[in-house]
Design a protein around this ligand. Structure first.
Ligand code: KG4
Ligand code: ZN
Length: 350
């Protein structure tokens, strides 16, 4: 096992979807460098991510980004290479996995397969070293809506999940219905700020349902039906966006409250692309104040996909002794609950 407390450097590579992210993390000195290349212009004209174009773009930008990040960090090479091994788009994952594996072999350093969602989940710890399990996590991204009981580092029990669309997916699809460009979520949130909160009240999904699961596809259909009756003006669209956002957030907040009651945890971690949403952040902060629960988010730029979270999670997996075998085997489908708890004392002692 590697002693991670001495100040090694981990290169993190993220290529699971439509962002090429690269970073270097050092436990002693923090994040040494990070860069992101967004593929928004590549996919915008198609209205969504085109997997083949994503893979080609990762190939084009990954190596130059690694060079630039190592230069920023004043390193000739890192002590380990962590890459996203799944879940995500197979072709896109293959680029990061094969490049990361090859670089690690060339430098004769360990390679680490990182679970993309574990990266998201641990990202708030980058800026909050005091944050430690056990905690409740709400992971809200384009592909996942999960309530997770994090008993200790790497031990993830799913308490609730979406039965259909992920919440980020619902934001994106609803944005498309409203005629907003890709990637829709943040454009919808922007439009909602101009909406009248008292004009519409949309049904809150799964509110009657006892458990901790979510459902967002009905909300999207509701939006389509409301718009079909309106011949909507810009103000109508903003009012609809506001009502959609309100209902989606209320559904998340209600389930988080229930999960906090059930687990008794005093710490809540919110991560994934949708955790960038300001109204969601404010609503969960308010819930935290009401329940005396500490609420943690990633810094705004690390809510959506990035290399920093992969370097960071990779560091912990390295210290736990979880290095990758000498194969390139990305896992497009890989439930976070299948991960092994991290062995040993990976967190610094107080
Ligand atoms: O974590 P992420 O970058 O990629 C996945 O792992 O899926 O999350 C992307 C998702 C997209 O659905 C995007 O629309 C959503 O996060 N998103 C937002 C906001 N910013 C990004 N949704 C709502 N409000 C935002 N401000
Ligand atoms: Zn993500």
């Amino acid at each position: 096992m590697i002693d991670g407390k001495k100040g090694l450097t981990v290169l993190g590579i993220e290529t699971s979807c439509d962002e090429t992210g690269v970073a270097v993390f050092c436990p002693e000195r923090g994040l040494l460098a990070h860069r992101l290349h967004s593929q928004i212009p590549v996919h915008a004209e198609h209205g969504g991510v085109v997997p083949e174009l994503a893979s080609r773009d990762h190939i084009r930008y990954l190596v130059p980004l690694v060079r630039a990040v190592l230069q920023d960090a004043a390193l000739s090479q890192p002590d380990a290479v962590a890459y996203t091994a799944g879940p995500g788009l197979m072709g896109a994952l293959m680029v990061g996995a094969s490049t990361g594996r090859a670089m690690a072999a060339g430098w004769r350093v360990p390679a680490i397969e990182v679970h993309h969602l574990e990266g998201h989940l641990l990202a708030p710890m980058l800026d909050h070293p005091e944050l430690k399990p056990p905690f409740l996590a709400l992971l809200v991204s384009g592909g996942h809506t999960l309530l997770i009981d994090v008993a200790r580092m790497g031990a993830y029990e799913i308490l609730g999940e979406s039965r259909d669309d992920a919440v980020g997916e619902a934001f994106d699809k609803t944005a498309k219905i409203l005629g907003l460009p890709y990637p829709g979520g943040r454009f919808l949130a922007d439009l909602a700020t101009r909406g009248d909160p008292d004009r519409f009240s949309f049904p809150i999904p799964m509110i009657q349902h006892e458990g901790l699961d979510f459902s967002f596809s009905g909300l999207k259909t509701y939006v389509r039906n409301v718009l079909a009756q309106l011949a909507p003006t810009e103000q109508d669209k903003a009012d609809v966006a506001r009502a959609f956002e309100e209902a989606a957030i209320k559904s998340l907040v209600i389930k988080v409250r229930r999960a906090l009651d059930r687990t008794g945890y005093r710490t809540l971690v919110v991560a994934g692309g949708v955790s960038a949403n300001l109204r969601l952040r404010a609503s969960l902060q308010k819930l935290g104040r009401e329940r005396c629960v500490e609420v943690y988010f990633p810094r705004q730029e690390f809510c959506t996909d990035n290399g920093a979270m992969i370097a960071y999670a990779g560091y912990y997996r390295l210290v736990a002794g979880d290095t990758a075998p000498l194969v390139v085997a990305p896992k497009p489908r890989w439930p976070i609950s299948a991960l092994q708890p991290m062995n040993g004392d990976v967190l610094p002692s107080e």
